[in-house]
Design a protein around this ligand. Structure first.
Ligand code: G
Ligand code: G
Ligand code: NA
Length: 252
């Protein structure tokens, strides 16, 4: 209960921090986008992992308030990047609980449009389990996203158990293959699952991103398999916006 009220206060007081982790295109090795990941440092509890506070926010329903706040903050980050002369896309994580509330999705889309406009190439990352949920509310949310023209990415692909039989009905542009698939493939030196995930994305004409790239051996393999982009500690860890800007400038 303490954790919940602390989180609620942190949202109200904008005490959560946005970190950025870059995505590198394998054609040209350019940084084309960054994923926004939340970090929370509480004055008594210390660092609380999103693996703790995101599920808590989902269970208690305050995730929708958190995500709307995040949409506002990501517009500010976008302006900060523009001010620094950096033109990259940004993605945020949307929870299944958000998707179940079309009014929340509508607010997020409205915030992105009114506060940042077309210059903000925002992508929404949704897990396969979230988008494969059925029901009118989810369909309505998906239709809103489709009409908005924002990017739509399937996150943690391969980590869940859902079949992607409905994926072609969704306005998806990108498939992010979960790092567990990469790690298992490397450990077993058996690449059929990884290759079939890439093959699925290709056949649906989706951009393929592989997450959790942490060694140069993995990077070499992914180049050979012609994935579009990679994300992971090998490129950079998630870092605060100022630090990300400095990192990117030093790299260019
Ligand atoms: O950043 P890290 O790898 O510690 O994140 C752990 C988990 O928390 C990941 O699954 C990530 O997607 C999720 N997460 C991080 N930031 C956000 C956010 O802003 N919203 C949602 N819904 N999930 C997030
Ligand atoms: O579920 P999602 O893809 O949003 O999760 C992103 C999470 O993965 C973040 O918590 C981030 O810190 C973590 N992450 C990013 N790159 C790597 C990596 O190369 N290795 C590992 N183990 N975790 C990573
Ligand atoms: Na994500």
């Amino acid at each position: 209960l303490f954790l919940l009220s602390a989180l609620s206060a942190a949202i109200d007081q904008s005490n959560l921090e946005l970190y950025l982790q870059p995505l590198m295109n394998l054609q040209g090795d350019e940084i084309v986008a960054a994923e926004v990941l939340l970090r929370w440092h509480h004055k008594i509890l210390g660092a609380v992992s999103p693996m703790v506070f995101v599920p808590l926010a989902e269970e208690t329903g305050i995730i929708t308030r958190l995500t709307v706040w995040l949409a506002q903050e990501v517009c500010r980050v976008h302006h900060q990047l523009q001010h620094a002369g950096i033109d990259i896309g940004l993605s945020i994580n949307i929870s299944a609980e958000d998707l179940a509330h079309p009014d929340v999705i509508a607010r997020i889309l409205d915030i992105a449009k009114t506060q940042a406009g077309d210059a903000l190439r925002l992508k929404l990352e949704l897990t396969e389990t979230a988008v494969m949920r059925s029901g009118r509310a989810v369909r309505e949310s998906v239709d809103l996203i489709k009409a908005s023209g924002l990017g739509f990415s399937i996150d943690d692909f391969g980590a869940g158990h859902s079949s992607l039989s409905r994926i072609h009905e969704l306005p998806v542009n990108e498939l992010k293959i979960d790092r567990s698939i990469l790690e298992t493939s490397m450990a077993r030196q058996e690449f059929s699952v990884l290759k079939s995930a890439i093959g699925l994305a290709r056949s649906l004409r989706l951009r393929v991103v592989v997450e959790g790239v942490s060694t140069s051996e993995q990077l070499k393999l992914l180049r050979k398999l012609r994935v579009d982009a990679v994300q992971g500690y090998l490129i950079a860890r998630p870092q605060p916006v100022e630090q990300f800007i400095a990192w990117l400038k030093a790299r260019n």
